[in-house]
Design a protein around this ligand. Structure first.
Ligand code: GLP
Length: 268
């Protein structure tokens, strides 16, 4: 698993956005480019950069299909804290993607198991995910694959941990009661099937989990750590997120990725 370290969140976001834009722009096959997407505060900088590149005429989503990672159970698409609403507001309403090409799990479904099964089938029907972009929960989880999730899990219902509920309360007037307690989420196995995985991590509050995910072994209590087994996985982070890593680890990745870290720096 690669680690690209940038000096701050802005640069990490720009780097990741340019990297993904290159993949979309250079995608030559007849098959559309299938992009997996997260919500949360971590990808916001990337989404801003996508919108900017699109407005400047440097990035089109006409040949892109998207699949979001997760959705709260019980929130309608019109709820401002639903992940569908978040994606429309922060990305889809500002780019040229056809809305029929946007896929999100339906948190209001009456049959969650069927919804999850069909989601996996839709991904398969599009030929699989080319690149899954993700964030990391402060305990090292990916999507809503909370600690203890099966590392070969598929799309399903998950109960959120107290930690996830608490950290998401900021979006619900800091009222724990208002935060949904269950969600639909792609599994670790679903993400592992993507051709490539890119994770954006920022800030000191993620440093402890990042250390575990990068320097320690694969562990079901930090589901992102399973990406160590992915043939093409990369974490893009800022300096603050590396504060718990060993000095030698940071030096190793900064040296070995020197040329790559400098890629795109003209556009920051
Ligand atoms: C939730 C989401 C994850 C996200 C995580 C971190 O758990 N399901 O997809 O990565 O929050 O969110 P943030 O980026 O706001 O720190």
């Amino acid at each position: 698993m690669r680690l690209i370290i940038q000096s701050n969140y802005e640069k990490a976001s720009c780097w990741a956005a340019r990297y993904i834009a290159d993949k979309i722009n250079n995608h030559k096959t007849d098959k559309p480019f299938v992009l997996g997407l997260p919500t949360g505060s971590s990808p916001l900088g990337i989404y801003r950069e996508f919108v900017k590149m699109h407005k400047e005429g440097n990035l089109s989503f006409k040949n892109v299909r998207t699949f979001n990672m997760d959705e709260y159970i019980g929130l309608a698409a019109s709820h401002p804290q639903s992940y569908r609403y978040f994606m429309m507001e922060n990305l889809f309403n500002h780019i040229d993607i056809e809305h029929k090409h946007v896929h999100l799990l339906d948190g209001m479904t009456e049959d969650p198991e069927k919804e999850c099964r069909l989601y996996e089938e839709k991904i398969k029907a599009e030929g699989g995910i080319d690149l899954f972009l993700g964030g990391m929960g402060s305990d090292g989880h990916i999507a809503f694959n909370e600690p203890g999730s099966s590392l070969v899990s598929r799309t399903r219902v998950k109960t959120l941990t107290a930690e996830s509920v608490a950290s998401n309360a900021r979006f619900f007037d800091n009222d724990l009661e208002k935060v949904p307690k269950t969600a639909l989420t792609v599994g670790v196995g679903t993400i592992m099937d993507a051709n490539e995985v890119v994770i954006i991590v920022s800030g000191r509050n993620k440093a402890h989990a990042l250390k575990a995910v990068v320097e320690e072994g694969i562990n079901q209590m930090r589901t992102l750590s399973y990406m160590q087994m992915h043939p093409k996985a990369m974490i893009v982070c800022d300096d603050e997120a590396t504060e718990e890593l060993k000095v030698g680890t940071v030096k190793y990745f900064k040296d070995s990725e020197r040329k790559n870290i400098e890629l795109y720096s003209d556009s920051f």
